[in-house]
Design a binder for this molecule. Sequence first.
Ligand code: NAP
Length: 260
Amino acid sequence: MSFAEGILNGKSAIVTGGATGIGSSIVRKLGTLGAKVGIVSRKEENLIAAVRAFKEDDGIDVAWRTGDVRDPDGIKNSFDELADEIGGIDILVCNAAGNFICPTEELSWNGWRTVIEIDLNGTFNSCQAALIHLKAAKDGGRIISISTGQAEFGWPGAAHAGAAKSGIQNLMKTISVEWGKYGIRANWVNPGPIKGTEGVDRLIIQQGLEKQVTKNIPLGTFGEGEDIANAIVYLSSDTGRYVSGAGIAVDGGSQWQRFL
Ligand code: NAP
């Protein structure tokens, strides 16, 4: 079951952190449904390998630039160059993030700052960098940021990421109001644990938490990258045109499980 073929024909999308994990599933989905896609992240080798795989596996040509979302001028240059190459920016997916497990009392200033800079400041920088292009989007620009269900509650062991992901949700709410006049919609997606990602491997499986986490998922299983990508397509195509300032949990129902 999928969306109508070509539903994103004529659209251009940038996905930060699009070479790996959930980002790469989003790129494949947007690209195969007709969007021209550009990806940005720091590591050239990841970008080149991903672009080759997108071509070989899915037959899609994906543009790429290196860029660090923490660097406002650098990311603006990368976005501007990509916009020239892919025909503007109708859709921005703020997916790039970093995280590590550390109790708050042991968390250094540098550790705190790094995650806030990548996740929260990086999302702000990406939105600012894309704004001029999103304003020009024919059917209204779309921003979708990847947050997490943990942001709704606090995140013991990852205070930096919990605070950053909460901040991202608040930023999307503000932008939905301030940039609505430009036709821009701003929303976020809260993924549950997604199998096959580096984050789930490091933060859940390597911590010995797989059974415990699975028990707290009402649908009884981890999600797939494609589940998140489907939510992105809904929010970035005509189907989501009246949705702004909203979050979608794609987590097998686990957001309500923890209090039962
Ligand atoms: P991932 O594979 O580690 O992807 C993160 C991407 O961000 C990488 O491609 C990385 O590329 C890029 N990145 C990191 N720092 C960057 C920076 N400073 N500038 C530009 N790009 C940067 O992680 P994932 O698990 O797929 O996660 C994707 C998103 O989903 C994240 O926002 C994460 O918080 C969220 N999420 C994931 C899960 C899950 O189950 N995996 C659950 C909830 C939420 P480079 O190293 O090349 O820069």
